[in-house]
Design a protein around this ligand. Sequence first.
Ligand code: PEP
Ligand code: MG
Length: 584
Amino acid sequence: MTIALHGLGISRGIAIGPAHIIERDQLEIPEYEIDLERVTDETQRLQDAVLAAQDQLRAIRRHIPAGTAAEIAALIDAHMLMLDDASLIHEPLRLIREERRNAEWALKAQRDALVRTFEEMDDAYLRTRRDDVVHVVNRIQRILLNHSPLRHEQPDSRLAGYIIFADDLTPADTVLMQHHGIAAFVTEYGGPTSHTSILARSLGIPAIVGLHQAHTYLRDEDVIIVDGAQGVVLADPDAASLEFYQARREQDQRYYSGLIRLKDATARTRDGVRIQLQANVELTRDFDHVLQVGADGIGLYRTEFLFMNRAEPPDEEEQYRTYLRAIQMLGRMPVTIRTLDLGADKEVDGGGRQGSLAANPALGLRAVRLCLKEPALFRPQLRAILRASAAGDVRLMIPMLSNLHEVDQVLGMVDDIKRDLNGAGIEFNPDLPIGGMIEVPAAAVCADLFAKRLDFLSIGTNDLIQYTMAIDRVNDEVNYLYDPLHPAVLRLVHGTIAAGLAADIPVAMCGEMAGDIRYVRLLLALGLRCFSVHPASLLEVKQIIMECEMGPLQELARRALAAQSGAAVAAILDEFRLPAEATS
Ligand code: PEP
Ligand code: MG
């Protein structure tokens, strides 16, 4: 009988294949007392297991595909460092020697103690470290228990075509899986903005998170269908479902490969209105993708990914060289570098700070607030961006603005750095455009004030919706309230676009709403003329733009802004639906 399970689709695409279930955190750990004469052997067994775990990680590192983000290798290095640290097995060795415990049990005791410590601190940054401890300890346990290494980590393609089910996956797992030709993955935990979700989209692997019942219903080798767009898993599908999804998969493939014909077309509506269609990038590898889809430059470069999975933040020189490479790849096209947006769900080691103990980190010290508080973190980035600005059309963008004094402080620091650079004879663009993200309702309501101080605005709907609706964007329990069509959101978006127009400065949108083809007409109707979207969505958005005519959209805008609910706006949008949106 076909079973349908629902999660949160975070990376679209249809996959059909056998299941491989990774029971990562469910090892059976035996507990027994060892004889006195076996103590030396048992301590040696534990030390050998650590060495074998190091060998496994070295092998994984060697098999990372060329072109993979440096962050992934850094993550594996972090696990290797943990294995190198003698304190990890210091206490287990004591338990073996003094309490004559078996190695597995002694190691589990250590793991539990460390996990408890991290969990008591209840902080996003430290939670990440907790997961690393669990992953590293489980690797040693598998060796002790004579488990073979996880199949997806072996350097062969036995799992090609498999659909992976796991409690949770690290970014390193995700990259290796793609290397071995994994068809899709599904996890019980994780939100749409976790590292793993972001990587899945960037690697083009269909994926679903938040599918809680998977382990209850599925077994290894069951045939599974994954619909990454809808967040649906079908287990034991009947012949009709298989036929339907096979046809859908072929149709999707034809559709996406057909879109490439639009690569060199200008994004212009039927009645000639030119729309800027830029790309969002996270990883270095995304820059190739930007060129492949013919974007009009980069509208959002999320620089915080450079700081992830490493012990120290990149220094000014490393940042400068990274930005320079991107700018040189893009030629004369604009590159909008967003300054660090660390904090909330994006706590990272490379921020070079201890995790905060905030109860509501999304409302806490993140993005520009954190940068202004920690100039030692911020100044090198501002210097690197300014230096890189000599090489091309660089724009600097400030995230999470809520007060004008934040703009003034950043502008003050930029002026200061310009003086330093001038004094040192270092080149930069003295007219570097500086813009701000409108993603806090306070800033959207006062967009006219920000528009007077800044060279451009960019609407970050991911956060703007989170804060307007008071829902944590990574919490799948309140995801149902995440509604880009809510009248409050539309009014804030419309007001921001109008403020930009009145001040004669460009307004872009770089949140996920801009890349969702269901909303393109509405955004055009509201006056948006610059979209910044993930490269994978860019050609689809272009197709919609090229089918639109601005005339009838005036009526759409009028009616949508007068509507009383998101559902009413959705119904109005349906009336104005275009043929190209049939695939959405
Ligand atoms: C946003 O909030 O819409 C945005 C683009 O920024 P991020 O998703 O990185 O917070
Ligand atoms: Mg944001």
